[in-house]
Design a binder for this molecule. Structure first.
Ligand code: UDH
Ligand code: MN
Length: 353
């Protein structure tokens, strides 16, 4: 049967519109969401049934005499899925050490019965959050061991009482971590975020920076906004250098994560993200720290990211190293990063700060 001319036009119009909507959907939600929906790749996770992240871990890490001959499987066979997390009392360092006896000084670990396929450095910006750090170490070490990664944990500690600068500490962490090993992946990790599912792998996307903390409890397990890149992310050293690292000029709370998200685009990349069902994190409840007051310049700064990103970043990083020490559970890097410059009140006079 033939369609009348106007019907035909209408038909093609609808076809074009639906194709447009479909492409828009793919662009926003990712191709994998469609495949998962259609082929049911994985059942939804049941977070009411959780397991201890230490479950049988010592059984899976055989005694030291075993000789390694093979690479670890691409997907670790010892993942458990949703994890139980109790945030009531931070464990002490001794207890964490006893439960992680194959972690070597500096917070290093390598799978013992196979060669780890991925080399991952976890970098944590830190000041005055010791109990959060202990809680994170307690959960993160076994989490990474379950993923059969060759990994190390670096804590970058800002000395002194000047305004906190998260992104600058992360830049320093990357520069320092790369002195120790040839890392495949750099995980930039807030100290107070505990991952809830060990299938959320701490490895990088081959092409683009990846946002791992896509579903945080403090945002009701969804994204606060589409370009959000705060919390925990994963970049390869190449991706990191391509965007000139992170900005050094955001002093105090806020804005630096949006600057990072913009750099990703400006340097010709886009961002990938762990699906919300897997990228779940609990944030240890806390108040705003003193010394990390809201950065009131951030909106103005973000307006000049396009102009600034090539000049403010790894190529302008300047700090004073105070110490490097290998503690049993992490490598501690203490730095003096200076302090926030006094901003001229006239925005047109802002240059590099
Ligand atoms: N950080 C420190 N020490 C500080 C400040 C920040 O270690 O004094 C690090 C730490 O890794 C932290 C990260 O920087 O996870 C980000 O800072 P944040 O946790 O303060 O940021 P967040 O967005 O908090 O989580 C906003 C504070 C609002 C609290 C409102 C109380 N309901
Ligand atoms: Mn926090």
């Amino acid at each position: 049967m033939f369609l009348a001319r106007t019907d035909k036009r209408f038909f093609f119009l609808c076809l074009a519109a639906s194709q447009f909507l479909f492409i828009l959907f793919l662009y926003r939600r990712g191709v994998s969401s469609v495949f998962q929906g259609v082929f049911g790749a994985r059942p939804q996770w049941d977070y009411s049934k959780t397991q201890d992240v230490y479950t049988n871990l010592s059984l899976f890490i055989p005694d030291p005499e075993t000789v390694r001959t093979q690479y670890c499987p691409i997907t670790s066979p010892i993942l458990v899925g949703p994890l139980s997390i109790a945030l009531t009392k931070a464990p002490n360092l001794k207890k964490i050490q006893l439960k992680n006896r194959y972690v070597t000084p500096g917070g290093y670990f390598s799978p013992r019965h196979c060669f780890g396929r991925y080399r991952t450095a976890v970098i944590i910006p830190h000041r005055n959050r010791e109990s959060h750090l202990r809680t994170l170490l307690y959960y993160l070490h076994p989490f990474l061991q379950r993923q059969q990664l060759h990994y190390a944990i670096f804590v970058v500690h800002q000395a002194g009482n000047a305004t906190f600068n998260r992104a600058k500490l992360l830049n320093i962490g990357v520069r320092e971590a790369l002195r120790y090993d040839d890392w495949d992946c750099l995980i930039l990790h807030d100290v107070d975020l505990i991952p809830e599912n060990d299938y959320n792998l701490y490895i990088c996307d081959e092409y683009y920076p990846k946002h791992l903390s896509s579903a945080m409890d403090k945002f009701q397990y969804s994204l606060p906004y589409w370009t959000y890149f705060g919390g925990v992310s994963a970049v390869t050293p190449d991706q990191f250098m391509k965007m000139n690292g992170f900005p050094n000029t955001y002093w105090g709370w806020g804005g630096e994560d949006d600057d990072i998200a913009m750099r990703i685009r400006l340097s010709g990349m886009s961002m990938t993200r762990t699906p919300l069902s897997m990228g779940r994190y609990k944030m240890i409840p806390h108040d705003r720290d003193s010394g990390n007051e809201e950065n009131s310049h951030r909106h103005n700064q973000l307006r000049s990211t396009r102009k600034m990103w090539r000049d403010d970043g790894m190529n302008s990083l300047d700090f004073r190293l105070l110490s490097r020490e290998k503690t049993q559970l992490y490598t501690n890097i203490t730095v003096d990063i200076g302090e926030a410059p006094v901003m001229p009140t006239e925005p047109s006079r802002w240059r590099l700060f």
